[in-house]
Write a protein that binds this ligand. Structure first.
Ligand SMILES: NC(=O)c1ccc[n+]([C@@H]2O[C@H](COP(=O)([O-])OP(=O)(O)OC[C@H]3O[C@@H](n4cnc5c(N)ncnc54)[C@H](OP(=O)(O)O)[C@@H]3O)[C@@H](O)[C@H]2O)c1
Length: 312
């Protein structure tokens, strides 16, 4: 792949229908914006209808001809995930791309509606359930893709199968790293299953390096820590790249030609913290097939999403 790929290289997306989770903010917003600018029909999923509408309005002001709809989706509630997928299955006859982008980082311990630790629940389990529920549409769409958004933080992660929800011991960053490793293990196992069924759908993943978004401020705001907020602002100002540039690796995975199932993309400079997309290699822990299979089994159990079409 060329390592100078940027947003101008996104091919014409006319005729493609895409769904982006967390589309109202940061990387998800720019993923929606740039795909809509290239003619895709974009479904911008957001947990807040008001923030979803606001993001849509902003994109339409820049690209008045964009085909952009908002979709309600709270990944912290499996009922919301199911009803979102049900509505989409009823309304759509194709889904070319699902970008599992939404996320929360290093927050104090909280639980989702179904009682999962929130970072594992939103970042991994919600997306796992959404992908499973949308699989019939994806499989019915030639050349469709699933893109999971991970992080450099996966390198510090380990899947704590004995205490997945941090009930005995919780570290905000440890739980984030676990959830981001889970994104990569999910990619590996989903791709293995798609491949063994000779499906035309592929699954790839990406990470944005360090990008200036809302992500870094959520935990500080929840803790009410002005100090942490200021530190995050300084770190962002000194080291981060723009959210638009950070969205490029996931846009590459989503739209570039030659992407293969299981590929992983990140920025090409400064230890993958910034730059233009290139193919990168995840840490060995993300290539552990046994862990990927066990995580899959446990995720099916927890979400009751069977992935019928991909059973061994
Ligand atoms: N920024 C970075 O440097 C960086 C680095 C590595 C990885 N990432 C990954 O990039 C992805 C996007 O994050 P970002 O940086 O763009 O952060 P962001 O600006 O905070 O955007 C996160 C998005 O996820 C949504 N979200 C949070 N909880 C949700 C829930 N329960 N249901 C549905 N949506 C929910 C947020 O909605 P609200 O606006 O309503 O909160 C927001 O739209 C995440 O997966 C993150 O782990 C980012």
């Amino acid at each position: 792949m060329s390592n100078r790929w940027n947003s101008a290289d996104i091919s014409d997306q006319t005729g493609r229908t895409v769904l982006v989770t967390g589309g109202n903010s940061g990387l998800g917003f720019h993923t929606c914006r740039l795909l809509a600018a290239k003619g895709a029909r974009v479904l911008l999923a957001s947990r807040s209808p008001q923030r979803g509408r606001q993001a849509r309005t902003e994109i339409l002001q820049e690209f008045p001809g964009a085909q952009l709809e908002t979709v309600d989706l709270d990944l912290a509630d499996l009922e919301s995930v199911r009803s979102c997928a049900e509505n989409l299955r009823a309304d759509l006859d194709r889904l070319d791309l699902l970008v599992n982008n939404a996320g929360v980082m290093a927050i104090p311990r909280q639980e989702t509606v179904q009682g999962f630790e929130r970072q594992f629940g939103v970042n991994h389990l919600g997306h796992f359930a959404l992908t499973g529920a949308l699989l019939p549409l994806l499989l019915a769409t030639p050349g469709s893709r699933v893109v999971n958004v991970s992080s450099i933080a996966h390198r510090h992660g380990r899947i704590n199968f004995d205490d997945l929800h941090g009930q005995r011991k919780y570290s905000p960053f440890g739980a984030y790293a676990q959830s981001k490793l889970a994104n990569l293990l999910f990619t590996l196992e989903l791709q293995r299953r798609l491949g063994s069924k000779e499906a035309d759908t592929i699954c790839a993943s990406a990470h944005p390096g360090f990008s200036a978004t809302n992500l870094q401020y959520v935990a500080a705001r929840e803790k009410g820590s002005r100090f942490e907020l200021i530190v995050m602002r300084i770190l962002n100002a000194l080291f981060s790249q723009s959210a638009e540039q950070g969205a490029l690796p996931q846009l590459y995975a989503a739209a570039a030609t030659g992407v293969r199932g299981g590929d992983y993309f990140g920025p090409d400079r400064w230890m993958q913290t910034r730059g233009l997309p290139k193919k990168v290699r995840a840490k060995e822990t993300a290539h552990d097939q046994e862990a990927a299979q066990e995580l899959w089994r446990r995720s099916v159990e927890m979400t009751a999403e069977p992935f019928d079409q991909l059973q061994d």
